[in-house]
Design a protein around this ligand. Structure first.
Ligand SMILES: Cc1cc2nc3c(=O)[nH]c(=O)nc-3n(C[C@H](O)[C@H](O)[C@H](O)COP(=O)(O)O)c2cc1C
Length: 399
């Protein structure tokens, strides 16, 4: 059996102990140019690396001799009931990692009662994703030059029963992902010698790619020329041409009013922006540096979370993401006042390693880490995770 097909077996997934093991399985199954697109960050990838390291700055306070015979990880985020305080975040184009893409992630999330977010650049339509059970879900938009498109998404999400709308605001332009440039990343893959080499080293993925339906962006099909509907390149060009750099707070406010439900601004790292988000009527924000994929040297979320919570924590739900890979990471964010944590790469590694089963395994690993660590800390429920559960280490510790 080849290394790459073995990675998708249930045995290999079951043997994976932590998210890092799942990452290794994904690295073995995916062609290098796809793995690097998933895993990489902007410029020197300083922020991407610091995201995970920053958790070392906090220690967890252990309380003992508490009855933790039963531990409950369920909670409510933006009015949505969920079995865990982590969410599978919107991460476009998920068929890059597995032919079942967003559907696989949505199914794994629904089975575990975990919130899942899809996006305008998804490779399954928002209606198809909504057809997966009645699990809590959100839709993430960018604002397009053609405002009628964004308005149309609002209507479609309403009639498909989406529980929340997220607006991502940290992508005024694409981050400079040097791994992608070095790999001459082209989507769909261009037949260069380098690409052939990557594909030959990923036979399981290549077979899946060649035998499944051609890639497309169905959420965009209604807005492109009828004759080029379903064509990947047309849709990709449409995206590139539609991203609106002149989009500003008043447009965000209009969208928030138009949607009228739970409305979350994703990609905030400053107190000032958090205050504006509150003033335009957002019901939530995501403190995020986009997993280190956009502005390199943006702060890690732990650096700014406390000051943002201080100022707006009683006015909106504050969620957080970027670098979360362990149950203990999630506990630290909640202890600083976040209502929930979004996962990006962690679950995409699962999708790349083994489709729906891989995503389910990541959810299972993180949930059991959370339960185990809550028991070790003497915590019976999520509401008991407070600022008393952590302390900052001496700054000298990190040097
Ligand atoms: C491959 C990839 C694609 C992403 N695509 C989107 C997207 O389309 N929209 C969005 O709001 N965020 C997107 N993100 C960012 C995630 O939603 C999330 O903010 C980020 O991944 C969190 O950091 P982490 O990957 O370290 O968990 C993407 C992230 C990755 C890794």
């Amino acid at each position: 059996m080849s290394a790459s097909s073995e990675a998708t077996s249930s045995g290999a997934l079951a043997r994976a102990i932590g998210v890092d093991d799942i990452r290794n399985l994904a690295r073995r199954r995916l062609p290098k140019f796809i793995f690097d697109y998933l895993d990489g960050g902007a410029d020197d990838e300083y922020t991407r690396r610091q995201n995970s390291r920053s958790f070392n700055a906090l220690s967890l306070i252990q309380r003992v001799l508490v009855d933790v015979d039963s531990v409950d990880t369920s909670t409510t985020i933006l009015g949505m009931q969920t079995s865990v305080p982590f969410v599978l975040s919107s991460t476009g184009a998920s068929r890059f990692y597995h032919s079942e893409g967003e559907m696989a992630a949505a199914r794994a999330a629904a089975k575990a009662n975990v919130i899942y977010g899809t996006t305008s650049s998804a490779m399954y339509s928002l209606e198809d994703v909504a057809s997966v059970g009645d699990a809590p879900r959100f839709f993430q938009v960018y604002v397009f030059k053609d405002r009628a498109v964004t308005k149309d998404y609002v209507m479609r999400c309403r009639s498909s029963g989406y529980d929340a709308m997220f607006l991502t605001v940290d992508c005024a332009t694409a981050g400079n992902r040097e791994r992608d440039i070095r790999n001459q990343l082209a989507i769909p893959p261009k037949i260069t010698l380098r690409a052939i080499w990557h594909l030959l080293n990923a036979p399981g993925w290549s077979m899946d790619y060649l035998t499944s339906q051609a890639w497309s962006f169905p959420n965009v099909d209604g807005y492109v020329d009828e004759s080029t509907k379903g064509d990947f390149n047309t849709a990709a060009e449409w995206f590139a041409g539609q991203l609106d750099r002149s989009f500003a707070w008043d447009d965000a406010e209009a969208l928030c009013k138009d949607w009228g439900g739970q409305f979350v601004i994703k990609g905030i790292t400053s107190v000032e922006d958090a205050k504006i988000a509150v003033s335009i009527g957002a019901t939530g924000i995501v403190v995020s540096n986009h997993g280190g994929r956009q502005l390199d040297h943006a702060p890690t979320t732990l650096e700014v979370l406390p000051e943002i919570i201080d100022v707006v924590g009683d006015k909106v739900e504050v969620l957080v993401d970027s670098g979360y890979r362990r149950g203990t990471d999630v506990i630290k964010a909640l202890a600083l006042g976040a209502k929930g944590v979004l996962l990006g790469k962690a679950y995409l590694y699962g999708l790349g390693a083994g489709g729906e089963a891989g995503v389910s395994r990541v959810i299972e690993i993180l949930k059991s880490e959370l339960e185990r660590n809550m028991m070790l800390m003497g915590l019976q429920s999520i509401s008991q995770i407070t600022s008393d559960c952590v302390r900052w280490r001496d700054p000298g510790f990190l040097r």
